[in-house]
Design a binder for this molecule. Structure first.
Ligand code: AMP
Length: 413
């Protein structure tokens, strides 16, 4: 599902596009509509599934479309650690870049200066407060925290918070919130104590459970940083360097499937193509040839990445970076099926580095980067953060001032 289909506020959609998100991840697809429909939600999802944006996006959208109390705290996000608080605040900053939404991260271990900033925000109001339980409880006890207009409560990594002994602190904080509010609870695991906690806090929650598919460990995953013109010579080198029985090359468009197949054939490589422009009969014929070993190289669109059962593929090459982590997992999952071993190489052009980095985060693994053969020349360095896209004059600051500037993930525009 594409983000555009959620019909988010245009300022939020701008932030989504600047973050290079195009398709919603499964957890986002399932959770976002319920949050937009004001339901309480309990979601079981691990880090890497896109769970943070699954709650940030609809909450930002609600704030933009319904408005917020500028003098109160509108959403409280309680998390187990300062690292996670900072990470969520930064994520929020990226997604809400073109909006006027304000936020602050509140966590233990800061200095006197950060305490003053926190006190100011907590007493004067912020759209999002992202906090660790102990520090928030300490602020509440001092009496200046303004919770009257709070509408949304998020408990993130709730299982970890319970493991860390935060139950009483969390319940203390919740006792100081308005009773009428929307509650969202995210947890990687579902032990009985989470259910007990959810029963106390959530109101008739919708329950959602997502497991991020991970590529099998036995697949050797590698990536090459390349300039576009190095891709075909590199593939040629790979195919000549080692005798593969069966190679599957994925391209993101029909056009590049056709071009690449032609280029490989011109270089004397026996390659066939498969994509949706071919008649069913043709596709079947090519698959038969490929499965029988008569055609050693097949170039395909993602039409072949899911559900197709071919057992003996020993190499998958991603000619370009797939659209998202799920596609990546499906593509490389075509190799090393059954007991066989397999390799998956991804060619990453400069413009695709950020996309590839996101996939690495989604699968929870740094893919080994390989140096290209010397005769192909210099390759680009891997600098996925370099192409950040947020600098271009945010327009949407609709009247509300951003005054929290404590370098803790708060907005400073
Ligand atoms: P999380 O599970 O929230 O820790 O997210 C893991 C990573 O996935 C983060 O780096 C996000 O920026 C990224 N991410 C989240 N949603 C999407 C999406 N729809 N498309 C691409 N990347 C995403």
């Amino acid at each position: 599902m594409k983000f555009i289909d959620f019909n988010f506020d245009s300022r939020l959609q701008e932030g989504i596009e600047a973050s290079n998100y195009e398709n919603a991840t499964p957890i986002q697809e399932q959770v976002i509509p319920h949050i937009l429909a004001d339901k309480d939600v309990i979601a079981f999802a691990q880090t890497g599934t896109g769970k943070t944006a699954a709650f940030l996006l609809p909450l930002i959208n609600q704030m933009l479309t319904r408005g917020t109390d500028p003098h109160g705290i509108n959403c409280l996000v309680i998390v187990p650690t300062r690292e996670l608080a900072v990470q969520i605040a930064q994520h929020l900053e990226g997604l809400s870049y073109f909006t006027s939404v304000s936020s602050i991260a509140v966590y233990g271990g800061g200095d006197g200066n950060s305490f003053v900033q926190e006190k100011k925000a907590l007493s004067m109001g912020a759209d999002f407060v992202i906090c660790t339980p102990g520090k928030m409880m300490a602020h509440i006890k001092m009496g200046y925290v303004k919770m009257d207009s709070l509408q949304y409560l998020v408990l993130d990594e709730a299982d970890r918070m319970l493991d860390m002994g935060f139950y009483d602190d969390i319940m203390f904080i919740i006792d100081h919130l308005p009773k009428k509010r929307q509650n969202l609870l995210f947890s990687a695991t579902m032990p009985p104590k989470i259910k007990t906690m959810a029963n106390r806090i959530l109101h008739q929650p919708v329950e959602i459970s997502i497991a991020m598919s991970k590529p099998p460990e036995k697949i050797v995953q590698q990536a090459y940083m390349v300039y576009d013109e190095q891709k075909i010579p590199l593939i040629q080198h790979m195919l000549q360097e080692k005798q593969y029985r069966s190679v599957l090359i994925f391209c993101s468009s029909k056009l590049s499937v056709k071009q690449l197949t032609r280029d490989l054939q011109k270089k004397g490589i026996k390659a066939g193509e498969i994509h949706s422009d071919l008649e069913q009969d043709n596709r079947e014929e090519i698959l038969i040839q490929y499965k029988s070993g008569r055609l050693p190289v097949l170039v395909a669109t993602d039409i072949l990445s899911r559900g197709i059962d071919i057992d003996n593929i020993d190499l998958v090459i991603n000619f370009d970076v797939p659209h998202d982590g799920e596609d990546y997992v499906h593509r490389i999952g075509r190799t090393a099926r059954a007991a066989a071993e397999g390799s998956a190489y991804t060619l990453v052009s400069v413009k695709d580095q950020r996309k590839f980095h996101t996939i690495e985060k989604l699968i929870g693994k740094d893919v080994t980067k390989i140096i290209i053969p010397e005769h192909l020349g210099e390759q680009p360095a891997y600098t996925p953060a370099a192409g950040r896209n947020f600098g271009g004059g945010g327009s949407g600051a609709g009247g509300k001032k951003k005054y929290f500037n404590n370098n803790r993930g708060s907005r400073h525009k």
